[in-house]
Design a protein. Structure first.
Length: 318
């Protein structure tokens, strides 16, 4: 087992977060030159003897120690039930081995990105019930009408979803909502996430949103690229949330009747800024593409299918 200094040196070299807790490596594949490091749940979780599953690594973490679970390039796990893989240990980070370096240059193909596939049942879900960081993972939908791919309870306040690829690679297999955050899940952060795949673009009256959250306060959604067909909105706030920030995002909703990229509860407060968006059809006027509640809007521009633009605040057609 490597000593603490060796762990930190290795983490820095691999672009991982530095922690005073334990690093637990997970790998069940051999891509990227790690053929000698295919894991076993009998391993010790070191770089040389990784575990085979995130689920096993979870059992070795301790609350408040700030352990980091590191799925390695090519690692893949499937989740078929509501209880197959949950995150209930506060302070744990699941940080996939990066496919980009510190300045954003691609250093490995998307196929190397560690992935978790939800399949078999509409109730399959990644349930977060304690403050958790999920980063650098490909979340794949492989079953139609999964109710929510990621569910965060109030006990998961402060959870961070960072650098996640929300992937629906085939048609007829897409979720209703990618991430659902419950009431009082305050201080959540969703950043640098994006959607991809044919399933996200597929028309459906039942798909609700990419991100849906209730009365959560002091949250941040930033630098995300969400595209798809959603009957309600791309980003949906269902109950009043206070002091929120939605910033630097590219949002597209091609639904023929939903036509909203952001829909906030009536008296929600905060800032919506630096948004570029697209909606499916029809003229854009007033709040046709954005329902801001009481949030301040700054530098927001939305186009429809006829390339008619609306800017907020104010309406300018061009």
């Amino acid at each position: 087992m490597r000593n603490a200094l060796g762990d930190i040196q290795l983490a820095i070299g691999l672009g991982l977060p530095v922690t005073r807790g334990r690093y637990l490596f997970v790998n069940n594949n051999s891509v990227g030159g790690y053929a000698a490091a295919v894991g076993s749940d009998g391993g010790d979780g070191s770089f040389e003897r990784p575990l085979a599953t995130i689920a096993k690594a979870q059992t070795l973490t301790l609350t408040g120690r700030h352990d980091v679970i590191v799925p390695m390039w090519g690692h893949a796990e499937s989740v078929a039930t509501a209880t197959a893989l949950g995150f209930a240990t506060a302070g744990v980070t699941i940080f996939g081995m990066p496919i980009k370096d510190a300045i954003g240059r691609q250093i490995a193909p998307l196929d190397y990105m560690p992935k978790i596939t939800l399949t078999t049942a509409t109730t399959a879900v990644l349930a977060i019930t304690a403050q958790t960081v999920l980063a650098n993972l490909r979340i794949v939908c492989d079953f139609d009408a999964i109710v929510k791919m990621i569910s965060v309870s109030a006990a998961g306040a402060g959870t961070v979803l960072q650098g996640l690829c929300f992937d629906a690679p085939t048609t007829n297999k897409n979720p209703l909502t990618w991430a659902l955050l419950a009431a009082d899940c305050d201080d959540f952060v969703i950043e640098d996430c994006w959607t991809r795949g044919l399933g996200n673009e597929e028309a459906s009256a039942s798909k609700v949103a990419v991100i849906s959250f209730a009365d959560c306060n002091d949250y941040k959604i930033r630098r995300c690229d969400f595209r798809g067909d959603h009957a309600t909105a791309t980003i949906l706030n269902t109950v009043v949330g206070l002091r929120g920030l939605i910033s630097d995002c590219h949002l597209s909703n091609t639904n023929a009747t939903g036509d909203k990229i952001i829909s906030m509860a009536a008296t929600s407060t905060g800032i919506i800024e630096y948004i570029r968006g697209r909606v499916g059809d029809g003229a854009i006027a007033g709040t046709a593409s954005i329902d801001p509640g009481d949030m301040i809007m700054h530098e927001v521009k939305v186009a429809n299918a006829d390339s008619v633009y609306t800017t907020y605040p104010g309406t300018v057609a061009s």
